[in-house]
Design a binder for this molecule. Sequence first.
Ligand SMILES: [Zn+2]
Length: 720
Amino acid sequence: MMARIFFACFATVVFAVSAAFAAETTLGADAQLQWMVRRPGPLAVNIAGKREGFELDAAASDAPKRIYRRPQNREQFVAVTVTPRGNGIDVGYETSPGLAIDSVRVLEDAMLITADEKGYILVPCREGLLIPADSGVAFTRGFGTYDYEGCHMAMIGLVRNGEATLVTWDDPYIAAEIKSVLPDPAKGINQQTLTTSIIMRKSAKSIRITSLGKGDWLTIAKAYREIAKEKGLLVTWDQKLKENPHRAAFFGASNYKLWSCLSRRMNPESTKELSSRVNWTFDEVGQIAEHLKNDLKLDDVHFIIGGWIRRGYDNQHPDILPAAPECGGNEGLAAAAKRVRACGYIFDLHDNYQDMYKDSPSWDEQYLQKTPDGKPARGGAWAGGTAWLTCSQKALELAKRPQNLEAVKKLTDADCYFIDTTYAAGLQECFDPKHPLTKIDDLKWKSALSDYARSVFGMFGSECGREWAIPHADYFEGLTGVSGTYYHSLKPAEMGATVVPLFEMVYRDCIAMYGKYGYDINRAGAYVIHHVSIGRTLNYHSVPSHIYWKNIPPSSSPGFYVQSRDGWTAGMHPMDCFVKNTHEILSPLNKITAQMQMSGYEFLTADRLVRRSVFGEGAAAVETIVNGRREDFVARTAAAVEVVLPSDGFVVSSLTYVAFCAKSFNGLKYDTASLFTIRSLDGKPIAESARVRVFHGFGDPRVKIGNTEHRVEKETILQK
Ligand SMILES: [Zn+2]
């Protein structure tokens, strides 16, 4: 079976690699390699902020090398090269000596995919985006390497007529731009088309395009996983647990975050306090952990607090200790840490080394990142006023001061540390002559900051997550979703796109991942089943303040997973109902699949709203089916059990763990959705297990396991 790379262009081809050229590659003589890197027209080169069109010098060019000359000075040129390599080609460029350019579009509107070809592009933005060529939506959008909601892996995937192509690169100064054009008969465009442009800046000089033959997103993820391994990015839990076995505490752990203990708001100049509020004292922090452990019976929790630092979060960084006196000071924080850790939870503290405020005692412009004109780089407008960005090299210096991480470790013995924005913000540049940074330097210093925090605490995580951080971290907060949905500012609908968990398929067994920010638990059905489909636990970041469960609000109409009727959480606080129900579903699912690869992912309906995932292989494989439609979906599990899934319902099936929220399961019909989880406690298949735990979340208390019907109000252990 010979791979084919076959892309057409809008009109006349100016750069077609000949059949003779194809024969030189391993594609073989029968492969029809017709690679068009350019539309007719000049090569777009940006010089001193201005776009110029370099013109092809046909006489000086040959098949693997095309010379484009600068019209105003024909001595100056950019040479675009195509080099065969394995099952594909490298596309790169070089400039004539002395020609300084800002950027070049080495590919422009290339790699054309049409609606008729059932084609799509995969962009690794958070979990991943599937952008189909038949969406009926026109757009142009750029994805910078490692940028906020850019390409979070250095690749994109393309599928056309069932044939998969992988585009990869090494340099963060590359951006991919995807363009969708709707039919326009006047321009000779008969159907919707997707094209890709590749823009290279600074050190970026080439990309690799590899033909993978017949395949889809799994083929592309699998091929990229091999590349990630070669690059040293694929550091799996096996390796991470060898360094520190305690990291296994992340398997099955829900991310429970008190955001934030002290909320204090300053004016933009950081000179005047506008408001100050204690949401939780450190004593209340301890009480909440004990509530989760003793009342909700949660065993695996990744417990994080924000706003513990001296003036509240997003205030006066990097001066963090003593802990906020309003909440109980150092003594209170140390006592809270002890209580959280006594529950067996991962105790984690949220800190920041990218932002600095004008009222910080350590304020000094020497630490700040500088813009090209030498001015301090301004960050966001946060609670503490206007933030100014530190240079990542200086951030490490600040974190290493004895009064920072080391002092926190000594005070709390925290298991883990979180340094905000480290992975979320796109790679930065600094123009301070004393500590200049390229994006590549920034990556190096941010990795060093992660490694340092990990050496002090043993475990480390940061915001969002990027593949470059995989070897330096234990968890990402924000990769799986934001604010109860998939993205922050990116709107998949504007690209006619669907989420596909590409990042999961490549790096699942390397890192714990969560969503970030708070959300409305009463409108979280889609968010919950998204996490079922990727086998990840949830982030709980909208915890009501103080000892919230002592004041139960009057019940209105609870959201789908906030229900408690006739179940375990009947009569409890809505937050607790939601946390308990979803933790019971997701924690065991994540625990048994954390070290498995995602081996299958498919859409069971044309609208892509019903999804089936498979983790692992053979007898140990775990399957999930989720229904994102408004109407019911009748699913059949791999074990041939018929399940009627309501909107936002799901089923998990495997030999040792089964869970569902369904209107019918194993021949037993329910009037309304019923939530159950069924778990073997001795590792044997449920059918043979001597101890099977059954948890009932809500709805009809009857459940049929094998041929036997049971009645379980809250939970029980079935013994043999
Ligand atoms: Zn710097």
